[in-house]
Design a protein around this ligand. Structure first.
Ligand code: WT7
Length: 587
C-alpha cells in the first residue's frame, strides 16, 4: 500500500488541538475519566439534554448562542442556551401534561427547523425516547417507523402531516398526539406545538434518568426485513461529548456546522448533542445544498469546525473551486467528513480550496459515536478512515462458521469489528433480540463493513458485507424498496442494488420481473418509478429500473443482489461463488 500523508499544522493564533498525541491519548485513556467529566443530574442520574443544555447555564454560559438558524428564505434567528433551556422545559412540561414521559416514544418529522431541536431536548428531559424521522421519506417509510416505534407523540408541520401521515392515522393506534409547528387547532386530530409551549412554565425539574435508560431511537436498515430501531441510552452522551472534543476539536464558543440532516443519526449525535455538550454554537441551515450558499455560510457565519459528507464534497468539487476564491474562510480550523468513503482527491481538494484537508471519520448508527478517525494532530493518509480512537479497540476479523472469530493480521481483508465496551454502543434493536444477538461474537460487535488495517493501525474501507447501500450518504436497505414495488400489480419480483454514481456515491437501481399479462416498456418503467417515488419519497426512490426475464436466486429462493450488481458492472462472477450460500445472503 502506498500513500502520501497530509498534515495541517495549526496556524499561528489557532488554539492548540484538544487531542494532543495519539499514542499518549490512547495510553492514558479510561472511560471512567470520560464519565467523570460529565456533571450528572443534580439529584443523581444522567440525562443527555441536561449535559447538552442546562449544564451550560450552570457554567455561566446561558447567554451564549446555542443555535443560529438560517431559514431557506433568508430569515436568521438565534437562540441562546438559556432560551433553548426554557423552550425545552416548556415542551417537557407540555409532554407531562399530556401524560407522556419516561420510555414513551416522541417522533419528530420535520426539516431543519428550530422546533425540532426544542422537541428533541424537551423529550429527553422527560425521560421519553426521541426518534427522528427523515422529512424526505414518503408515507410508507414514515408509517412503518411510526408503527414500529409505537410513537405516542409526533411533532411535524402541517404540510408533512397532510402529505405523509393523515391518511394513515387509523393504522397508528398508539399515536395519540400530533403537534403541528406551524398551526394546529384547524387540523382535526392535531394540536399546536407553540400553543402547548405557551401554556407551560419555563422551569422543569428533570426527573431521575439512569445512564442505562433509553434515550434515542434511530431506524436503520439491513439486507433483510423492515427497518430496525437501534436503541441508545443516556450514557451515550459520554461518547458524544468526548468525540466532539477529541475528534471534532470543539470548544466552548466555536461556531460549528454539521450538514447532516437530524432525520439521521449524524444529525442528532453530531448535529445536536456533541456540539451542545461542548458549548459550541450550532449553525443550522434549513435550505438544501447549494454550492454558493454553502461557501457564503462558511464565510459569513465564520464557521470554525465543519462536519460534512463525501456527497457534498463531490458536489462542491463539481461546482468548481472558483466559487470559493475571494472568500475569507480563515475562521475554519477543522473540516471532517463521514458516511461514505472519502476519496483521496477530496482530502487534497479541501486543503487547496478551503485551506483545510477533510478528515475522514467512521462510525455507524449502531456505534452511536465516532469510532475511527483522522484527528487534527495525526498525519492523514488520504483514502484511509483513520485510526481507532482512545477507548476503542478495533480489529479485522473473519467469522467462523461454527461461531466465534479469527482476528486477522495487518494487510488482511475481513470484517471490521469493535470490542464491546463503549458507552454509545446501541443496547438493542427494538423488539428484535435475535438480530441484536447476531451482531456480536466472542465479545466483539461486528459492523458488517469490510476493511483492512495497515501496520500502523490505519483502517481502509473496502465495502459492505451485506446488501445495504449508501445513496447521497443515506443508508438504504433493499427490503423497503423491493416491498413497495411488489405492491404494484405488474411486479412479480424485485431486486435492488446500488449503482455507482459520480456524485451520490451510489444510486438505487431495481431489477423487476413482471407478472403474466404485463409487457416491459418505457411507459411501465415510468409508472413503476413514479409509483415507488410517491410511496417512498424522492430521497429513497429508485432512480433506474430495468426489466428482467428472471432474477438470479439461491437454492432457497433468495434474490442474489450481488450477482445483479456484478452483472450490471461487468465484474467477473468467479469471486462471487462464496456469496451464493444462504448464510452470506442473511448477513
Ligand atoms: C455505514 C453506517 C456516518 C455515520 C452515521 C451513519 C458507511 C460510514 C464511513 C467512512 C466509508 C463509511 C459504512 C457504515 N460509512 N462512515 N468514513 N468511509 N464508509 O451511519 O447510516 O448507520 O451508516 O456507513 O458502511 O457501516 P449509518
Amino acid at each position: 500500500m502506498t500513500w502520501t500523508t497530509i498534515r495541517k499544522t495549526p496556524q499561528p493564533g489557532e488554539p492548540a488541538p484538544n487531542f494532543a498525541d495519539y499514542e499518549t491519548g490512547r495510553a492514558n485513556f479510561s472511560w471512567e475519566t470520560a464519565r467523570a467529566e460529565l456533571e450528572g443530574l443534580p439529584g443523581g442520574g444522567l440525562n443527555i439534554a441536561y449535559e447538552a443544555v442546562d449544564r451550560q447555564l450552570r457554567a455561566g454560559r446561558g447567554d451564549a448562542i446555542a443555535l443560529r438558524w438560517l431559514g431557506k428564505n433568508g430569515e436568521r434567528r438565534e437562540f441562546s442556551y438559556a432560551e433553548l433551556a426554557r423552550s425545552s422545559n416548556r415542551f417537557a412540561n407540555g409532554l407531562n401534561r399530556l401524560g407522556v414521559g419516561r420510555g414513551d416514544r416522541v417522533c419528530v418529522l420535520a426539516g431543519r427547523i428550530p422546533e425540532l431541536y426544542v422537541a428533541a431536548l424537551g423529550a429527553l428531559k422527560t425521560g421519553a425516547v426521541f426518534c427522528p424521522l427523515f422529512s424526505a421519506f414518503g408515507p410508507e417509510p414514515v408509517r412503518v417507523r411510526l408503527a414500529k416505534s409505537r410513537a405516542r407523540v409526533l411533532v411535524t408541520t402541517t404540510l408533512l402531516y397532510e402529505r405523509k401521515v393523515r391518511a394513515q392515522r387509523s393504522a397508528l393506534p398508539d399515536l395519540e398526539h400530533v403537534l403541528l409547528t406551524d398551526g394546529g387547532g384547524v387540523e382535526p386530530g392535531a394540536g399546536s406545538f407553540h400553543a402547548l409551549l405557551e401554556a407551560e412554565a419555563d422551569q422543569f425539574a428533570i426527573p431521575f434518568t439512569a445512564p442505562e435508560d433509553w434515550a434515542l431511537l434511530h431506524f436503520t436498515s439491513g439486507t433483510t426485513g423492515s427497518p430496525k430501531g437501534a436503541i441508545h441510552v443516556h450514557e451515550a452522551v459520554v461518547a458524544h461529548r468526548l468525540t466532539g472534543r477529541s475528534v471534532l476539536d470543539l470548544r466552548p464558543g466555536d461556531v460549528y456546522w454539521c450538514t447532516a440532516d437530524p432525520g439521521w443519526v449524524t444529525g442528532v449525535s453530531y448535529g445536536i448533542i456533541a456540539p451542545l455538550a461542548n458549548g459550541a454554537t450550532l449553525v443550522v441551515d434549513e435550505a438544501e445544498f447549494d454550492a454558493s450558499r454553502w461557501y457564503a455560510i462558511l464565510e459569513q457565519e465564520r464557521v470554525n469546525v465543519w462536519y460534512t459528507a463525501p456527497t457534498a464534497i463531490r458536489m462542491l468539487m463539481k461546482a468548481g473551486g472558483d466559487l470559493a476564491r475571494g472568500r475569507d474562510l480563515s475562521a475554519l480550523r477543522f473540516a471532517a467528513s463521514v458516511g461514505e468513503p472519502l476519496h483521496p482527491e477530496g482530502v487534497v481538494w479541501g486543503l487547496e480550496t478551503l485551506g483545510q484537508p477533510f478528515h475522514d471519520t467512521w462510525w455507524q448508527t449502531e456505534t452511536g459515536a465516532i469510532m475511527i478517525a483522522n484527528t487534527r494532530t495525526q498525519d492523514i493518509r488520504p483514502g484511509s478512515m483513520g485510526r481507532s480512537l482512545p477507548g476503542i479497540e478495533a480489529a479485522i476479523v473473519r467469522r467462523r462458521s461454527e461461531g466465534g472469530l479469527d482476528l486477522l493480521e495487518p494487510g488482511a481483508e475481513g470484517e471490521l469489528a469493535l470490542r464491546v465496551g463503549w458507552p454509545s454502543l446501541f443496547r438493542g434493536y427494538l423488539d428484535d433480540e435475535e438480530r441484536y444477538r447476531q451482531c456480536f461474537a466472542a465479545g466483539w460487535y461486528l459492523t458488517g463493513d469490510l476493511a483492512t488495517r495497515d501496520v500502523d493501525g490505519y483502517y481502509w474501507f473496502l465495502g459492505r458485507a451485506d446488501d445495504v447501500i449508501k445513496t447521497a450518504g443515506h443508508l438504504i436497505g433493499p427490503f423497503e424498496i423491493e416491498s413497495v414495488l411488489l405492491e404494484h400489480p405488474a411486479v412479480a419480483e424485485a431486486g435492488m442494488i446500488g449503482k455507482p454514481d459520480a456524485f451520490a456515491g451510489q444510486i438505487i437501481k431495481v431489477f423487476v420481473t413482471l407478472k403474466p399479462g404485463y409487457a416491459p416498456g418505457d411507459a411501465l418503467r415510468k409508472e413503476l418509478i413514479g409509483f415507488a417515488r410517491t410511496r417512498l419519497g424522492p430521497a429513497v426512490a429508485p432512480r433506474e429500473l430495468e426489466f428482467a426475464v428472471d432474477l438470479p436466486k439461491t437454492r432457497s429462493g433468495k434474490i442474489m443482489r450481488r450477482l445483479l450488481r456484478a452483472r450490471e458492472l461487468g465484474l467477473p462472477l468467479g469471486d462471487l461463488s462464496a456469496l451464493e450460500t444462504d448464510e452470506a445472503q442473511n448477513l
